[in-house]
Design a protein around this ligand. Structure first.
Ligand code: TRP
Length: 332
């Protein structure tokens, strides 16, 4: 029986941190057990905001190395750079020509940007919006449809984009015949968001993240910065109200997690000890991934080669469909 194809796009806008890894990367990698999987680095989408070429290259490497270190198997999955597949841009143009501008006006990313600019008092908020950002969902539709993906795992924030891709595929099929696969969003169940060092959601924009792919010393220093309060002698805590416990729960095995929970409930609380435990557990759980990342850092040409090979496979997936599309619309 042929399996359905799932497709995941990853925008290279920064080094993934522990929150990204547990909340998004690991669940996405698990999909390869159920689906044929495409994973790609959306470097062309990043161009809508990143204007420094070295930064774009560096982030692309970091993101690729992170996924490989965490177990992405480039033999079983198709793993590539978006920009290596020029058919993607060609399909995006054709989609541009059948996408109503009004549909783009309602896309969240664009609308959010304009609303924020208006709020900040801008008289002409559109002046700040480049066309890449405005038509972001059209390129995203091409990313998905070019590989005839059946499902696209997304969080709530990207659901509308997949719905736009569906609209575009349906419209194309109505005009030109039943050629494109209409994709479905696969809404990921709400993964508990991890608290960052200051207890807000772990996020690059709050500068409160824990990076995995650093030296042990660095890792230790980050964990020591986790905010804790003072505890009266004999005071007890409910584990579910203790932010650092959420990290323990996400990373440690059941036995260790149970032990920490008991200590909190029984008033045997020493934050310093819990931090040491967290440090040890991160090292244990992510030991092989961290080693692998260092290896990849020392062999960037290997990572590049993986992406080049992946691009060849992705091209083979894309070419037959693109030929059909060209013919259907009346291009050569
Ligand atoms: N827009 C996605 C994000 O910001 C990245 C992305 C680009 C994507 N193309 C895609 C995701 C296609 C899924 C499918 O996270």
């Amino acid at each position: 029986m042929t399996r359905k194809r799932s497709l995941t796009g990853i925008k290279p806008t920064g080094t993934p941190h522990l929150g990204n890894i547990i909340g998004a990367i690991k669940p996405a990698l698990e999909l390869s057990q159920t689906f044929d999987t495409n994973y790609f680095i959306a470097d062309a989408h990043a161009l809508t905001t990143v204007t420094d070429p070295d930064e774009l290259r560096q982030h692309t490497f970091e993101v690729a190395a992170t996924w490989l270190a965490l177990g992405l198997d480039p033999e079983t999955s198709v793993f590539y750079r978006q920009s290596d597949i020029t058919e993607d841009f060609e399909l995006a143009w054709i989609f541009n020509c059948l996408t109503p501008k009004g549909l783009m006006n309602r896309a969240h990313a664009y609308k959010g940007f304009v609303d924020a600019a208006k709020e900040a008092g801008s008289k002409e908020p559109d002046a700040q919006v480049n066309m890449g950002l405005f038509s972001y969902p059209v390129l995203m539709a091409a990313d998905i449809i070019l590989y005839s993906a059946d499902v696209v795992p997304v969080g709530q924030d990207q659901k509308q984009h997949v719905e736009i891709a569906r609209d575009i595929a349906v419209k194309f099929n109505n005009l030109y015949g039943d050629i494109l696969t209409v994709p479905e969003p696969l809404i990921e169940k709400e993964v508990a968001t991890l608290p960052g060092l200051d207890h807000r959601k772990m996020s690059k924009s709050y500068n409160n993240t824990i990076s995995l792919f650093v030296s042990d010393d660095e890792l230790h220093k980050q964990i020591k910065k986790f905010t804790t309060d003072s505890v009266e002698p004999g005071e007890t805590r409910d584990p579910k109200d203790v932010p650092i416990f959420k990290l323990i729960e996400a990373i440690a095995n059941e036995e260790v997690t149970g032990q920490v929970a008991n200590n909190l409930r029984e008033g045997n609380i020493r934050w310093g000890d819990i931090k040491e435990l967290l440090f040890e557990q991160i090292k244990e759980t992510f030991g092989p991934a961290r080693e692998k990342y260092v290896e990849l850092q020392n062999d960037r040409s290997y990572v590049d080669e993986v992406l080049v090979q992946g691009a060849l496979r992705a091209q083979n997936q894309a070419k037959p469909l693109m030929e059909q599309v060209r013919k259907a619309v009346g291009l050569r």
